[in-house]
Design a protein around this ligand. Structure first.
Ligand code: SAM
Length: 191
């Protein structure tokens, strides 16, 4: 298994090749992810880790397309990013984006994920928003899982469970009452 930790910082995953902008980090390769193309061959990694980096980058759809290029067919991209309701999302001035659960509807197709099935069932009862202007990368990744993660208290109270069943409802009405911490995503490269 060839693993790449994109934006590893000082926290590189064991056994992975690390890439980061910062000299003095754990990076084996210094790369600016805002400049294309990255110095890796097509389909070179089966597993790409992308923790707390995407929110720092300028052109998210283009970054995702580039990650798809270096990911092997059926390779896995997994990562996390602060949820827009988390104070960690909006206190760091180097964050260019604040992500919602539904941001991933613009970056990956539902595939056969739990969310895909749930949306199909909900779609029978009420009309879900149609996403009209999705970037082409939506056809290059399929969701395996996208979920909201909360602090341990909200998890114990069942808020995490409910928010992941009704993410649109949660984000529209309750996100700033019970803020989430992170969005955790696992996507499969389709190529
Ligand atoms: C919040 S840290 C996350 C580090 C590590 N992934 C973790 O989870 O602990 C964000 C990392 O993204 C890197 N980064 C930010 N912008 C970048 C860019 N344009 N190109 C490459 N790396 C970048 C930073 O250098 C930093 O190491």
């Amino acid at each position: 298994m060839r693993t790449l930790d994109l934006g590893c910082g000082s926290n590189k995953t064991e056994g992975a090749l690390g890439a980061d902008l910062t000299k003095g980090s754990d990076a084996d390769v210094i790369v600016n992810f805002d400049q294309f193309y990255y110095p890796f061959k097509d389909s070179s990694f089966d597993h790409i880790i992308f923790n707390h980096v995407i929110e720092h980058l300028t052109n998210v759809p283009q970054v995702m397309e580039e990650i798809c290029r270096i990911c092997s067919p059926n390779g896995i991209l997994e990562g996390e990013s602060p949820h827009f309701s988390s104070s960690a999302s909006y206190t760091d001035p180097t964050h260019r984006h604040h992500f919602s659960y539904r941001t991933f509807d613009f970056l990956a197709s539902p595939g056969t994920s739990r969310q895909g099935m749930l949306r199909r069932v909900l779609g029978k009862f009420y009309k879900l928003d149609e996403l009209k202007h999705r970037p082409k990368v939506v056809n290059q990744f399929q969701k395996i899982d996208v979920r909201l993660r909360f602090n341990p208290l909200y998890r114990r109270l069942g808020i995490e469970w409910l928010a992941n069943i009704y993410p649109e409802l949660y984000e529209s009405f309750f996100a700033f009452i019970f803020p989430a911490r992170d969005i955790v995503f696992r996507l499969r490269a389709v190529k």
